[in-house]
Design a protein. Structure first.
Length: 152
């Protein structure tokens, strides 16, 4: 009877080492995927908010100074009240909102809304010694005779 090659002690040890290394790498990729996936979800929630806020603000902005105040109020109003848009699956309020105004070469006024939040990280702390990382989104809407539309 011959000796089976796979039963040699040297090969079993090598397979065990390679398996442990492969599992460690796969586990590291999986836990990084959790944090990255969460950040992408938060960015998606912020993008929905900035799209709606920019459209809401663009409807109020006509290029005049008084309309800037109305547009800022319109943009931030979506983040307040009982039906406020929130991030982290609708549990955290959006508080860092900036609104800027511009008039393009055709004379049409546009509004840019930026929103950012400090997204908590769990596993990325190994590479970045911080409790959170900033996630941001921005949208630009332009007012025209027909209404408002997103341009960016």
């Amino acid at each position: 009877m011959g000796v089976c090659r796979s039963s040699r002690p040297g090969r079993r040890g090598f397979v065990l080492i390679v398996t442990c290394i492969a599992l460690t790498i796969l586990l590291a990729l999986a836990v990084l995927g959790i944090d990255i996936g969460r950040m992408l979800m938060i960015r998606s929630e912020l993008q929905v908010f900035t799209d709606a806020a920019a459209l809401n603000a663009a409807l109020e902005f006509d290029g005049t100074e008084p309309s800037k105040t109305r547009a800022r109020t319109a943009a931030t109003s979506l983040a307040t009240g009982p039906n406020a848009m929130k991030w982290d699956m609708g549990t955290q309020p959006i508080t860092q909102i900036t609104t800027s105004f511009n008039t393009d070469s055709t004379g049409l006024p546009s509004v840019r809304v930026n929103a950012s939040v400090p997204a908590p990280v769990i596993f990325i702390r190994v590479f970045q010694p911080a409790e959170s990382t900033l996630v941001a989104a921005a949208s630009v809407a332009r007012k025209s005779a027909e209404g408002a539309r997103l341009v960016q």
